[in-house]
Design a protein around this ligand. Structure first.
Ligand code: M6R
Length: 600
């Protein structure tokens, strides 16, 4: 959450910063700001709202070679211009942007800053005021910055400017992601490589508790105690076109449409020359050695984990538990003797999941991360990584990452199962090909799904999703999708559970979306639909070819039973998309949310 950029070089600093922030807007978008420094001092421009609002107030007549920028997702203090970053010290000598949460900021304020009048409600301002305080005590900027960092508890990615030294950006990180990008005659700083692909694809990863002095032609990385660190840059393998919307009105729609391609790419990436699905032997050893697998994830990735449990238990016959990451650390179950932890995370940066990873690593357990972002924190810190190969997912609502997670989990389950002597009753490569084709068919049926969204969801205040077995898990994901982008209160329930309480909420016209893709529960879920219809509900049944009945609202193509979640979710994604559109919601940047949740 929150995005940081920095630039030092001879090009158009303000434009590079603003363009970078536009690419990072998915990380938070309640306010934004930039600061540039030149021989006349520091110039700060900040505004509540989107980057587009910031762009309007930036004074084009301020030339500068060095600058930093920030797009905010509020934690401490309401979204406002005052609370927007950058923040300045009392004398305005120092200017700073920060991503993360300083847990002990109240304490630091009391202990060190009694005499300082703070301008904002943020935890961030404490950092910049502390650096200034220590400079007043006689330290130079670098020493004061180090001393401050040693006092901070919590997470941070920081970029700091000194008005008296315009050829340096001081950078530090702990828990929150931050990269330094290298160029010919310039260097940059960014929360995500995407932001600076406009100028470079060469990046250096920063590790926790490192401090970096970034100059136009030099980057020095050190530990907080001043020990020098050498680290080779890596090439960000991103295509600039991957992060553009192209002709699509929204990233979400583009990403929904990319799903068939992603599934085909995953099959290709995980296929051996002989055509078999294959996964790194070390990972399969780790799976095989485990007596129980613990899947840890949040949001959509948690929903993918619920389906993944079915894949692993059915194909590899290893028991699996699925846990919400924000709960696991505080409410840890009794662990088995030989657990293996699987972290599922599109971004690879989710702070709740990372906290569990740190905890279980301390306990000596092994971890596998399934992520879309190579080099992300969860990938670096786990023992093993499996990549989703879905390409950048920019819309806040996760779509292609979910189906990619399911495909990779299915492959992992199948390869593990084969190693354990369980031959699947189907050819997964072929079945995933059928899934990709079915996805294409569904993506061509947008008009029909838009009609369903209009009929069911234009005026309602709530909506229920029901399903049984694997359909229940897809219903949870459908409900999350709908609520996060259309603001309709939506909940997913196991079909049989409604009558134990929730059915009291059914009124005349309440939309109930039921999934019927599983033969074994087809009749019982339809029985549950009858129960809600008898109480006035407006049903929308999404069934699978071969199981359809008169009156079903939408029929998805037939695919392998176990793999239905990969395609039954697509009508739900599209219905949510059109519901949000018809309700005039900001589809790609829903209120109060951010794509990458880097605070606990
Ligand atoms: O990057 P992650 O997969 O770890 O993110 C987890 C959730 O924050 C994420 O899936 C969230 O629920 C999405 N906005 C759902 O569309």
């Amino acid at each position: 959450m929150c995005g940081i950029v920095g630039y030092i070089g001879n090009q158009d600093t303000k434009e590079i910063l603003i363009k970078g922030l536009e690419k990072l807007e998915y990380r938070g978008y309640d306010s934004a700001g930039i600061a540039v420094v030149n021989e006349n001092g520091v110039h700060v421009f900040k505004e509540k709202g989107r980057i587009a609002d910031l762009r309007k107030i930036v004074n084009e007549d301020v030339p500068a070679q060095t600058g930093i920028g920030h797009t905010r997702w509020a934690t401490h203090g309401v979204p406002s211009t005052v609370n927007a970053h950058p923040h300045q010290s009392s004398t305005t000598r120092l200017t700073l942007v920060h991503n993360g949460v300083i847990e002990n900021y109240e304490l630091l304020k009391r202990e060190y800053l009694q005499g300082v009048e703070l301008q904002s409600d943020t935890d961030t301002e404490v950092i910049v005021q502390l650096v200034e305080l220590f400079i007043k005590d006689g330290l130079n900027v670098e020493e004061a910055f180090r001393k401050t960092l040693k006092l901070l508890k919590g997470s941070y990615a920081i970029a700091l400017l000194d008005a008296e030294n315009s050829d340096t950006i001081y950078v530090a990180k702990n828990k929150s992601p931050l990269l330094v990008g290298l160029g010919e005659g310039f260097n940059v700083v960014a929360s995500d490589a995407m932001a600076m692909l406009q100028v470079t694809n060469q990046f250096v990863e920063l590790m926790d508790k490192e401090i970096v002095i970034v100059k136009q032609n030099e980057v020095t990385i050190q530990t907080l105690d001043g020990e020098a660190i050498n680290r080779e840059p890596f090439t960000a393998e991103l295509d600039a076109s991957d992060i553009e919307k192209g002709t699509y009105p929204h990233y979400m729609l583009k990403e929904i449409d990319e799903q068939p391609l992603v599934i085909r790419k995953i099959v290709q990436k995980y296929q051996s020359e002989q055509g078999h699905l294959t996964i790194d032997e070390d990972i399969i050893d780790a799976m095989n050695d485990a007596d129980r697998i613990y899947i840890i994830a949040a949001g959509t990735s948690y929903h993918a984990g619920l389906v993944g449990k079915q894949f692993i238990e059915k194909l590899a016959k290893i028991p699996v538990e699925v846990h919400i990451s924000s709960e696991f650390g505080y409410n840890m179950p009794l662990l088995s003797e030989k657990p293996l932890f699987i972290f599922i995370s599109q971004s690879g940066e989710t702070a709740d999941s990372r906290a569990v990873l740190v905890q279980i690593k301390k306990m000596g357990y092994k971890a596998l991360t399934i992520t879309n972002v190579p080099g992300s924190t969860l990938s670096r810190e786990a023992d093993h990584t499996l990549l989703l190969h879905a390409g950048p997912e920019i819309a806040v609502a996760s779509t292609k990452a979910y189906t990619a997670q399911l495909a990779v989990l299915a492959i992992l389950a199948e390869v593990t199962g084969k190693r354990r002597g369980y031959e699947p009753s189907f050819d997964l490569v072929k079945e995933l090909g059928i899934v990709a084709n079915a996805m294409e068919v569904l993506c061509d049926e947008k008009e029909e799904l838009e009609g369903i969204a209009r009929d069911f969801l234009t005026v309602t205040r709530n909506c229920f999703f029901i399903g049984r077995g694997i359909d229940f898990y897809v219903g949870l994901e459908g409900a999350l999708k709908l609520k996060e982008i259309s603001y309709i209160q939506a909940e997913g329930f196991a079909g049989g559970e409604l009558k134990h309480g929730t059915i009291a909420l059914i009124e005349e016209g309440t939309p109930v979306i039921a999934l019927a893709t599983q033969e074994s529960v087809n009749l019982s879920i339809r029985g549950n639909v009858k129960e809600v219809v008898a109480r006035g509900a407006y049903p929308c049944i999404i069934s699978m070819k071969g199981l359809e009945m008169d009156g079903d609202s939408f029929v998805i193509p037939e695919v392998n039973d176990l793999l239905t979640p990969l395609i039954s979710v697509i009508p739900l994604q599209l219905i949510s998309y059109y519901a949000a559109l018809h309700r005039d919601c900001d589809v790609d940047k829903p209120r109060n949310l951010a794509k990458s949740v880097t605070v606990e």
